[in-house]
Design a protein around this ligand. Sequence first.
Ligand code: ADP
Ligand code: MG
Length: 564
Amino acid sequence: MPTETFEFRVEARQLLQLMIHSIYSNKDVFLRELVSNASDALDKLRLAALRDDTLDADVSDLHIDIEADGEARTLTVRDNGIGMSYDEVAELIGTIANSGTAKFLEQLRQADEAADAEGLIGQFGVGFYSSFMVADEVTLVTRRAGETQGTRWSSRGEGTYTLETADEAPQGTTITLHLKPADPENQLHDYTSPWKLREIVKRYSDFITWPIRMTPQAPAGDDGDTPREPETLNSMKALWARSRDEVKDEEYHELYKHISHDWQNPLETIRLQAEGTFEYQALLFIPSHAPHDLFTQGYKRGVQLYVKRVFIMDDCEALLPPYLRFVKGVVDAQDLSLNVSREILQQDRHIQMMHRRLAKKVLSSVKGMMTAAPDRYATFWREFGPVLKEGLVTDSENREALLAVSSFATTHDAAEPTTLKQYVERMKDGQDAVYYLTGESREGIENSPHMEAFRDRGIEVLLLTDPVDEVWTDAVAEFDGKPLRSVAKGEIALDGDGEDKPAEEREKRNEEYAELLTWMKEQLGEDIKEVRLSSRLTVSPACLVSDTGDLTPALENLYRSMGQ
Ligand code: ADP
Ligand code: MG
């Protein structure tokens, strides 16, 4: 196939412009990204070989090689992993397929300040493309394991790239960077310096479970005959198997970035070491921001599963409940088969136990965060509250724990959300329920006629605006012995002057107004069930109320839109 030249799509070109003009100050991280991709490729090949013993691939010495040439000013990162087919290169490297990147660019278009742009890169990361921060030309040669034909991709990052087939490509992927001149003032270091490379690998990639080797450069005048011994730069120690005090926070953070593809530090790191008959180690992370696709159908949830240090699968959804789908991390089990499949995992009794224990562990960490680090808890709740509340519906076993770590907007304080415990502590004498109202916005709820009587009497009401609030408030009957009650549903008894007045008195008032009520009922006909006198209004003349068991209007809409 002849060499073909392609134009980057608009978004890719914009992204590359950013990289070339390197708005991101810490340029060292390009190497972390390349090593991370290489490590993924080695994981994938080992797994593919395990699953398919006819695969024509060499898995005897899987590793990553880093080779620098100070004279030619090139840096090469090579792996003998899974590699890519021609089509994969075209799709994965030639365009920007990653939806996170698309989102990144969308936000970037709205942000014009350079500082904003840097913040955005820090949030989304740009993987392979970050090599253009340090290189003015990048060449990638790759061969997919099991295939004979290789592919060469090359670009100067300026609008076009070339693609061609390559005959003599070794298994895996080789990426060669033609380095820009060093410019230490702008954080552009000499990336051919063995000292610098050693430092970067140690800092960002020490935990990578594959050897990262550096072959020293041949001394000047050497004709290449002297054997050069490669040096292994990383310790390859699995962080989850090491004791807490042996590991620095930064090391945990780098592992998090590798597995989550996030460029920001996690909010919380959670360790669990289970001993006994079914032994496993877990290292879980709560991100500091919700991914943009958390509520979409295709969201890949779950943590990585290892068996005795061998990577088995990404997105292992059997290990955590769906409402914890934002949690990232690694679980390494000692006694599972390397051939374990997703189907088997769903059935396995040990996995189910592990699932329960991990869910409890995450919830107790959040609980700990509430008291130890209220700011971090506030971030957690802002980012993940809407997801966590799904658990109130689906996980009755952990309902108490979930209610304990939940907080809600309230009429008590315009800015600070409240926990249910705090709400109950503030309850007025004689108040026997936790009141809430659901709706689309805080403002809408506050202006609802249902709120009038509560506002006048100074009774606190929770203001629930997430779609899931419609659902969980139906599933959860009470908190701490106090019933949860919607101010828009059924008859509500407020401090003895309304619907809870002695029966004779209500009877009398009803008689007084009987004619009016009948007339209204006739006028409104089929649209309503009943017209009642009410004490819940102080300003508005009337409001619509549903029966306690009925769907709220918003939920009715929700179900209708789902075609039910
Ligand atoms: P991400 O790693 O977040 O998916 P990258 O830009 O780093 O994004 O890489 C894009 C894709 O290109 C990867 O998901 C992978 O499929 C492919 N890729 C990159 N580097 C390699 C490599 N060394 N070996 C095999 N595939 C690779
Ligand atoms: Mg990557």
